[in-house]
Design a protein around this ligand. Structure first.
Ligand SMILES: [Zn+2]
Length: 462
């Protein structure tokens, strides 16, 4: 017995109310409640008589057996496997996992996933035919038609695989899709995108929080039942959240985020949530005419962008996961016309710029309070680590006094409120990476104790 009624559902968190409210009581955001039709079952769900208790109970010894059987399988794209998790050589995705790939429209989510698909199909040939990956791959096209995807695939250089193993499913009805998947029995499913799918059991339109949640839940159940991995493409709204968002993040096993400067050619894949691995690894890709190229040595690439020889530039070393990265920090300090000078950061937290400006003003007597400060990380990278403090402070000072740093130096260190240089984790690995890339001089807590001392030695401070 069901009756139709209308409820108001928060498009941000999924909280629902019987009447419209200006502010969501679940997540406190404003104007997010939208009317949706809902079918309320009066009796609630009854347990099916066919369900066996052994289907959902398991002993500890069985868990261990299950765990060891959880082998991962590779996408044969190294930077992608790195983010999915696992230790080399057993890296990649886990059977039954549902992975959401989010990112702004146009950033390249579909391109990356078609590349993953083709790479996996072609791997059969690479490995001499006895690969665990061999089988069909299903691609659900809700956004584009198969012809458009085929066009993209043709641009990729890889063509040594059986084209019959790639099955396009042109439907947006999640229940028909599930039926097709059960029949095809693919080894991997790609859903592009989750926001285009609907189920007729709900009356909301595609992309509404109710539909997105329900479709994701049905696909998750399918992934667990058939024990196959499913990738879901999810678009990110202007505010930077995946639309139909929080609810989706809770349902899936991993959330991967593809970001980067849309005008530039670098893309960074990061795991925001990962039930099967660490969340601190990043994959770095470079956009080429044919698609994405894995960048296994990002430091070299980031330094390619480094200008040097201009006031306001400094090289730092930050850790992204287990990998040290050398990147350039740029600072621009100019006299301000404003009563409240501007502080603008790209890839750097604003609060870090403010703290460092205050430290330089107090302990190095630099007149930063009358200046606008702009600081950015070159290459569109987003650095959250305090290890960039020292390089940022040097870049800002270098721009202010209009003097370049003459030598090739890498700066590694956090700066405390008293102007002291503080140690950072894994210093030795960072120094090793700097040496590997030809930097003879590294300035860190090992060599210097305060920012004042560093600036004096560089000739930036009298
Ligand atoms: Zn809410």
């Amino acid at each position: 017995m069901t009756k139709k009624s209308s409820i108001y559902v928060c498009q941000n968190c999924g909280w629902s109310s019987l009447r419209w409210l200006g502010q969501c009581q679940g997540c406190n955001s404003w104007n997010t409640l939208v009317e949706e039709m809902s079918e309320v079952s009066k009796t609630g769900k009854e347990i099916k008589s066919s369900e066996k208790i052994s289907d959902f109970t398991i002993s500890l010894s069985q868990v261990d057996a299950l765990k060891s059987s959880k082998t991962r399988f590779s996408t044969f794209i190294d930077e992608f496997d790195r983010v999915l998790g696992g230790e080399k050589p057993n890296r990649g995705m886990v059977n039954g996992a549902v992975m959401l790939i989010g990112g702004e429209p146009g950033i390249g989510k579909s391109t990356l996933l078609t590349q993953v698909v083709v790479s996996m199909l072609a791997s059969k040939e690479k490995k001499g035919g006895n690969n665990i990956n061999s089988g069909k791959i299903a691609y659900i096209c809700g956004e584009e038609n198969p012809a458009q995807i085929a066009l993209r695939i043709n641009r990729l250089k890889e063509n040594n695989y059986d084209q019959d193993n790639l099955i396009f499913i042109s439907s947006t009805n999640v229940d028909s899709i599930a039926k097709a998947i059960k029949k095809i029995k693919p080894i991997v499913v790609v859903v592009d995108s989750i926001q285009t799918l609907t189920t007729f059991d709900l009356t909301g339109s595609a992309g509404s929080v109710g539909q997105v949640r329900e479709c994701a839940e049905r696909l998750t159940t399918l992934a667990k039942n058939l024990n196959i991995p499913i990738f879901l493409v999810g678009h990110v709204t202007k505010e930077g959240i995946i639309s139909g968002p929080k609810v989706l993040e809770h349902i899936v096993d991993s959330v991967l985020e593809l970001s980067g400067d849309r005008t530039g050619d670098l893309r960074i894949l990061r795991a925001v949530k990962n039930r099967f691995g660490a969340t601190d690894e990043v994959g770095v890709f470079r956009m080429r005419d044919f698609g994405f190229e894995s960048v296994s040595n990002p430091s070299e690439l980031f330094l390619e962008y480094a200008d040097g020889g201009v006031p306001g530039s400094a090289t730092v070393c930050v850790m992204e996961g287990t990998r040290p990265l050398l990147i350039e920090i740029q600072g621009l300090v100019v006299g301000s016309q404003l009563a409240m000078p501007r502080r603008v950061g790209r890839g750097i937290k604003l609060s870090r710029i403010q703290v460092l400006a205050a430290v330089l003003q107090k302990h190095c007597k630099l007149p930063l309070s009358n200046n606008d400060i702009f600081a950015s990380v070159v290459g569109g990278f987003d650095v959250k680590e305090p290890a960039l403090d020292l390089g940022l402070a040097v870049a800002m000072t270098s721009s202010l006094v209009n003097k370049t740093i003459k030598e090739k130096i890498v700066f590694i260190g956090e700066i405390g409120l008293l102007g002291e240089i503080r140690s950072v984790s894994l210093l030795d690995r960072r120094i090793k990476e700097a040496r590997r890339l030809g930097f003879k001089k590294v300035i860190s807590k090992k060599s210097h104790s305060s920012i004042n001392q560093v600036l004096k030695e560089l000739g930036l401070l009298k």
